[in-house]
Design a binder for this molecule. Sequence first.
Ligand SMILES: NC(=O)c1ccc[n+]([C@@H]2O[C@H](COP(=O)([O-])OP(=O)(O)OC[C@H]3O[C@@H](n4cnc5c(N)ncnc54)[C@H](OP(=O)(O)O)[C@@H]3O)[C@@H](O)[C@H]2O)c1
Length: 268
Amino acid sequence: MEYVSLNNGIQIPSLGTGTNTYGKENNDYNGELNGDFALLESAIKMGYRLIDTAISYRNEAGVGKTIKESGVDRQEFYITTKIPPSKEYTKDKETVRETLNQSLINLQTDYIDLYLVHKPIEEEERLKVTWEVLEEFVSQGKIKTIGVSNFSNEQLEQLNKFATIKPAINQIKSNPTEWNNQWISYMHDHNIRPQAWGPMKTTDGQRRILSDIGKPYDKTWGQVILRYQTQRGIVVIPKSHNPENQQDNLESLNFTLSDEDMKIISQL
Ligand SMILES: NC(=O)c1ccc[n+]([C@@H]2O[C@H](COP(=O)([O-])OP(=O)(O)OC[C@H]3O[C@@H](n4cnc5c(N)ncnc54)[C@H](OP(=O)(O)O)[C@@H]3O)[C@@H](O)[C@H]2O)c1
């Protein structure tokens, strides 16, 4: 596994697995929970250690059980979860504490590696309350790293006005249909690690170009797109229901794209 550093000195795997449809009927995000985590089990067996879940995926408990039953040492894992922005979870400090403690119970762990605010909390006071409790959990060792997701640069600045602990990560959408380069540059400039969700989204035409780029390296379009992102310092969390794709995605880390190919991909 390849690792990159965060602004708090902690190392994070460059690549992990998303889970937002795992444990659900028909692999459907909104499907009934069916307890089927075979694809997470296979990912862990292959060597995935960064696992990305969220309260809103409704599958924290199944993810926690699968990790626990994998037999792999807890310290090897890098578990991420996320607090939804709604009042139900962020109304006041006590509510946020209950939310975070419930994640610890669901995930069957005494610490969570990365806790993100899933989406911007528009009301500044509620954002402040939520962030202060996240900081409290860091000081208690119950969370190692805190960050955000889908926060614009302005929203990051708003948070930084009162944050004692600066966000280490902003998880945003980034793929060839929408690189969000300005956003990513801002994060690089402010020592916030970008993490890409939805990294595989591509048009047919883009996949053809990426496949051609991959040929000399003996890599697929999917491997090329993931490597492009990790090579520019972006952590990726692709999700697959196909073990072959899971394996390919992991093996995207074992080659290096030339500067010329990086340039072509940046212009897709
Ligand atoms: N923070 C947020 O707001 C947010 C929002 C969305 C998602 N997320 C997180 O990000 C994770 C990833 O995003 P996502 O699941 O929306 O999208 P994704 O990982 O970009 O795309 C998933 C799709 O890509 C396909 N795929 C994966 N690897 C492939 C490969 N090597 N070759 C060809 N196709 C491949 C999968 O099909 P197969 O199953 O057939 O392989 C699946 O249809 C989520 O699971 C979730 O944990 C976060």
